[in-house]
Design a protein around this ligand. Sequence first.
Ligand code: SF4
Length: 350
Amino acid sequence: MNVNDLAVVKLHRSAASATSANGAAQARWSVEAVQALLALPFDELMFRAQTVHREHWPARDIELATLLSVKTGGCPENCGYCPQSAEFDTGVKAQKLMSVEEVTQAAQAARDAGATRFCMGAAWRAPKDRDIEKVAELIQAVKGLGLQSCATLGMLEAHQARALRDAGLDYYNHNLDTAPEYYGDVVDTRSYQDRLDTLAHVRAAGISVCCGGIVGMGEAPVHRAGLLAQLANLDPYPESVPINSLVRVPGTPLADSEPIDPLEFVRVIAVARILMPRARVRLSAGRQQLGEAVQALCFLAGANSIFYGDKLLVTGNPDADADRRLLDKLGYASRAVGVVAEDAAEGAHA
Ligand code: SF4
C-alpha cells in the first residue's frame, strides 16, 4: 500500500461513521478498511498506532491484570481451543465453584499485592439462576474489600446481567473469539449471535464490557480483519479488548493449528489500537510464546494491559518477576489491577 491508499482507508472510515447512543460519532469499519490497515507497511502502521495511542493514553502505562478461576473445567461447550471443555481429554481436573471464604481470601491477597480489581472466571456454558445467586455473593464479598469486580461466566440472559449489576459487578468478559465466517470452525455448540446477545444484555445492564478474541486458530487474514471490525463496530466498542494468541493445548482440536507469525500478531494489536482508541488493549493468552522483543513491539503498537501472574485460568503465563524485569527493561510504569479475559486460548471465557 502506498501513501495514497491511506487516504482511501480514512475515507472508508469516515463515510461509514455512525452516531452512537450517547451522541458521539463512532466509526463503522468495513472488513475491507480493516484489511487495508493490516496490510500497511509495518513502519506506517506502527507510527499510526502509536500516534493514536499517545492521543488517548498516557505513555508507558501498562495495566497488570490478574484472574482467578472460581469454577474450573467440565464445560459442556466444545470451543476448539479450550482445555476446559468436557469433550476434550486435556488433563484439566473439573472443580466446583469456590466458596465465598476461598474467594475472599484470594481477593484479599490480590488486594494486598496491589490489585484494585478482582476478576473471576467460571467454566459454564450459561450459568443457571442459582449459579448467579452464588456468584452475586462472591461479587459482594469482593466489593466488600473495596475492590472493583469483574466476571466471565458464559452466556447470560438479560435478567441475569441485571442481577450481576445489582450485586455490584463492574465488568463482564465475553469474547467474540473470531470473525462470524470462521466461528463455526471453532465451536458449534453456540452461535455468534448468542455471543452478541450476551454482550447486548451486559451493555444494557450498564456493566462495562471486556471483549476480544483469539488469533492463530488457523483463521485466514480476512477473518482477523473480520474479528477486529466486529469488535470496533460494537456500539460503544468494549472498554477492554483482550487479544489472545492461541495456546495450543494438547488434546484440543486446535492443538495442531499453524502458529500466527509474530509480526502478524503485532499488526493485529496495532489495528485494534487504531480502531478502538479508548479501549484497554490487553495482551492475554499466549504471551509466553511471544518472547520479550515481540511483546515490546506490541506495547509500541498500543497494547497497554497484560495478564500478570504465573497462571491464567489453566494455562501458563510468564512469571510475574519476568514481567517486572521486562517492564523495567523498557522503562515502563505498571500498576496492578485484576481484569478478566475470556481468555481464549485456554478457555475463552475463563
Ligand atoms: S471457552 Fe468457555 S464456553 Fe468454551 S469450552 Fe471453554 S469454558 Fe466452556
